[in-house]
Design a protein around this ligand. Structure first.
Ligand code: FES
Ligand code: FES
Length: 171
């Protein structure tokens, strides 16, 4: 007989009360209970990174975490990136501009990996970005365009921040 536990999850800013079995993984609950199918499942062994989501801002492999373990945390999936009107985030636009996806299966994982990483390290160098993206698997792109996209986005965010600082000084 399966034991069901009541769990409260906050996903993309929305709170959900769910009755789930403790054995269920976070990615399984996100996809099947909450209908957030943007997060993909590849290996289910922590290897490919297709299931990457953010938990309290940090990239986490959703197939390696039980949903009950992240109760109380802030979870973000790829669905949180675009604006409510559907317009793409700066990171998504950079992926598109640099052709950083082909089949797109790995893309949600790379986007959330990059989103979490750049938030923690906005001054990341291209070499650091290259090292970070090595944690996820992409069989199509050869990685170069993914690195270019993340580096471009990081540069634009730094330039925008600098412009805001300059405007604040001259005000
Ligand atoms: S599906 Fe989670 S790491 Fe591959
Ligand atoms: S774009 Fe196809 S696996 Fe990465």
């Amino acid at each position: 007989m399966s034991r069901v536990q009541l769990v409260e999850l906050t996903v993309n800013g929305e709170r959900h009360e769910l009755a789930i079995e403790p054995r269920r993984t976070l990615v399984d609950v996100l996809r099947h209970d909450l209908g957030l199918t943007g997060t993909h499942v590849g290996c289910e062994h922590g290897i490919c990174g297709a299931c990457t989501v953010l938990v309290d801002g940090a990239p986490v492999r959703g197939c390696l975490v039980f949903a009950v373990q992240v109760e109380g945390g802030e979870i973000r999936t790829v669905e949180s990136l675009a604006a409510p009107d559907g317009s793409l985030s700066d990171l998504q636009q950079a992926f598109s501009a640099h052709h950083a996806l082909q089949c797109g299966f790995c893309t949600p994982g790379f986007l959330m990996l990059a989103e979490g990483y750049l938030a923690e390290r906005p001054e990341a160098t291209k070499e650091e970005i290259r090292e970070v993206v090595a944690s996820n698997l992409c069989r199509c792109t050869g990685y170069q365009t993914i690195v270019e996209a993340i580096d471009d986005c990081a540069g634009r965010r730094r330039a925008a921040l600098q412009a805001r600082l300059d405007a604040g000084r001259s005000a």
